[in-house]
Design a protein around this ligand. Structure first.
Ligand code: 8DG
Ligand code: CA
Ligand code: CA
Length: 325
């Protein structure tokens, strides 16, 4: 997941409540490491963010999907007192503060942050003095910390998309690239750039051995490095690249643009559209979509959509381009 904390839009009438719930969600993910509570707070926040009017009480909020008794009580406390004791305590707790600060770094998750805090490293400043404790990904995360925390405006992603598409087309017209994530959901800005690439001859089902996926993908990444877009690599496998890019590395921009987190996945063409659905998200929406598919007798995942219990061969994903039109 990208590092940017979820944000609620300021023109939503329940903005302040959503922000508190998202702060609690981050606490559950980063400090308690309770992913169920994390998801519960985010679900409630997303419900309230979509609610057209200001809720007047916990009881009113309780009627909405995803808002349970405990969250309703917190909403009452906040509406009555203007704050939440639990959030105040978290904000004042040194260990929580340190864990939250360290998880700002790309590659440092809650477990690593806790390990660092236990060994006495409590701030970004401390980290800079103890770089030997970090792996390659975390060192890059630290190097570009300020840049990676900046939101990426939609227009900049549009330009990066154009650069990637041009590079691919110069290589071979049969490449297809789609930027997913929050960008594909139409957001005005994003935390990182999630690119899916396929080649129309590259099929999972026929497993054409003559298609050297690993080499083809390395060539794609190399061409993006050569043109100046990719400026750093976190990791590169046969089908997944994680790294950093900079628009002003490849084309003149009025001023230098920040370095951005870039993920590229190379996907077989017959799995491409299910992958697009999955990587478009949001992850909460994906959960709902999978549950809905199951209720209709289908299994949906990032590879295929198929009837429950069917074998790999009976997948429907060959037609799945219809899903994303
Ligand atoms: P953002 O980058 O603007 O913060 O938002 P995003 O694009 O929605 O989030 P992301 O963390 O970049 O993830 C991209 C999509 O990938 C997400 O919207 C849905 C899908 N996805 C899941 N679960 C997971 C997961 O555990 N890890 C990752 N990397 N992606 C996931 O549904
Ligand atoms: Ca991402
Ligand atoms: Ca993203």
């Amino acid at each position: 997941m990208s590092k940017r904390k979820a944000q609620s839009s300021e023109n939503n009438p329940n903005h302040d409540i959503c922000e508190l719930l998202l702060e609690l969600a981050d606490y559950e993910r980063n400090v308690s490491r309770n992913i169920h509570k994390y998801n519960a707070y985010r679900k409630a926040a997303s419900t309230l963010a979509a609610h057209p009017t200001r809720v007047k009480s916990g009881a009113e909020a309780r009627k909405l999907p995803g808002v349970g008794e405990r969250i309703a009580k917190k909403i009452d406390e906040f509406l009555e007192t203007g704050k939440l004791r639990k959030v105040e305590n978290i904000r004042n707790d040194d260990s929580s503060k340190a864990i939250n600060e360290l998880t700002r770094v790309s590659g440092i998750g809650p477990a690593k942050a806790k390990e660092l805090v236990d060994s006495g490293i409590k701030s970004i400043e401390d980290l800079k003095k103890n770089k030997e404790k970090l792996n390659h990904h975390q060192l890059i995360g630290l190097r570009y910390l300020e840049d990676f925390e900046k939101r990426i405006p939609r227009e900049e992603i549009q330009q990066i998309e154009a650069v990637i598409k041009k590079q691919l087309a110069d290589n071979d017209e049969k490449y297809v690239a789609t930027i997913c994530g929050s960008y594909r959901r139409g957001k005005a800005d994003s935390g990182d750039i999630d690119v899916l690439v396929t080649h129309t001859d590259y099929m999972y089902t026929t497993r054409d051995k003559s298609h050297n996926k690993s080499k083809v993908f390395k060539d794609v990444v190399a061409s993006l490095e050569k043109c100046g877009l990719i400026v750093d690599t976190i990791s590169q496998g046969d089908s997944k690249f994680m790294g950093a890019c900079r628009l002003s590395g490849v084309q003149k921009t009025p001023k230098e643009t920040p370095v951005r987190r870039l993920d590229i996945r190379f996907i077989p063409y017959d799995q491409f559209y299910c992958a697009i659905l999955y990587f478009t998200g949001s992850d909460l929406f994906n959960k709902e979509m999978r549950t809905h598919a199951l209720s209709k007798g289908f299994t949906l995942n990032e590879y295929s959509l198929r009837p429950v219990g069917s074998t790999d061969k009976e997948r429907l994903s060959g037609d799945s381009s219809l899903l994303v039109q």
